[in-house]
Ligand binder design. Structure first.
Ligand SMILES: C[S@@+](CC[C@H](N)C(=O)[O-])C[C@H]1O[C@@H](n2cnc3c(N)ncnc32)[C@H](O)[C@@H]1O
Length: 288
């Protein structure tokens, strides 16, 4: 219990299914432990690799993202997990049958000719640094083959099984964040992890994300009694954290700085305030 809200106890869950830029896998449980215990439906409208959703394991949830091929992976995992395992296995075999990076390049060329979840799944696990990068002009997936050996189909199948169980309460839909947020009702919780930085906007093919549009949605959510947790401006390792964001006055009640091993909570007092000399990895703003 902290300032009148009872928070979740969420155990660490570090088993990654998809590799995704800006994923919260390492400290997803820490973020989720600032969510209230009485969530009706949990919404995650910038789903990415789903790290926070899987750590939380909500009874009822809607996971969404604007990126179609990514959502194809999630909807198929929910409806036919064996199919997703099969997608991985066939591409792993295709990759392994040829001299590196020929198999990878074939899969990448197929994906670029016709973007799809099956190829994206294998590319994200095997590309360089796990950073799926898209060319801004035409959305071409440009990341070269990774130096590492991708996990085996057996290991992937195990992970898929674990994830399927954790996501059993979730429904997956491809949609823009605003559509998802408008579906939420009083008593629901929305966790937002938008592509905040300029570099991330490019990485995610710039699917029409603007911070002001998000702030407007958060304002109306709060008015309806929907609670919102927003990850923003993360990855500051030390020193001053600038808060020069266009945040409507009084929208957020609390601000949390989450580190992989420890975190610090304090009242959100006024815009422009900064936290000094703290090691922080992620900044979380709460409307509750
Ligand atoms: C920082 S990532 C989320 C990472 C996620 N929390 C994780 O742990 O993997 C941001 C996501 O927002 C998605 N996105 C970008 N613009 C969007 C929009 N307008 N509506 C919904 N999703 C969007 C991107 O496709 C990307 O997956």
């Amino acid at each position: 219990m902290f300032y009148g809200t009872e928070f979740q106890h969420v155990a660490p869950f570090r088993t990654q299914l998809l590799k995704w830029v800006g994923n919260k896998q390492r400290f997803a449980h820490q973020l989720a432990s600032y969510f209230p215990t009485d969530i009706r439906t949990y919404f995650e409208p910038f789903l990415g690799s789903g790290a926070v959703l899987a750590a939380l394991q909500p009874r009822q949830a809607i996971g969404s993202d604007a990126f179609g091929p990514l959502m194809e992976i999630w909807t198929t995992l929910a409806s036919d997990p064996e199919q997703v395992v099969q997608w991985y296995r066939t591409r792993y075999d295709e990759y392994s049958a040829l001299e590196k990076p020929e198999g990878y390049e074939r899969i990448k060329a197929r994906y670029n000719a016709s973007p799809n979840g099956a190829d994206l799944l294998f590319l994200c696990r095997s590309c360089y640094g796990g950073v799926v990068r898209f060319r801004k002009s035409d959305g071409y997936m440009s990341t070269p083959c990774g130096a590492h050996t991708p996990i085996t189909p057996g290991s992937f199948a195990q992970r898929a099984q674990i994830w399927r169980r954790r996501l059993v309460g979730a429904t997956f839909i491809k949609m823009d964040f605003s559509e998802a947020m408008q579906r939420a009702e009083s008593g629901d919780l929305i966790y937002c992890d938008p592509p905040y930085t300029q570099s991330q906007t490019i990485l995610y093919r710039g699917q029409g994300f603007e911070l002001t549009r998000l702030m407007d949605e958060i304002v109306t959510c709060k008015e309806r009694g929907v609670r919102v947790a927003l990850s923003i401006d993360g990855k500051k390792k030390s020193g001053r954290v600038d808060c020069h964001l266009d945040i409507p006055q009084g929208l957020f009640e609390r601000e949390v700085f989450v580190d992989c091993g420890r975190s610090m909570l304090r009242r959100f007092q006024r815009e422009g305030e900064s936290l000094e000399d703290e090691v922080v990895h992620d900044r979380l703003l709460l409307t509750y």
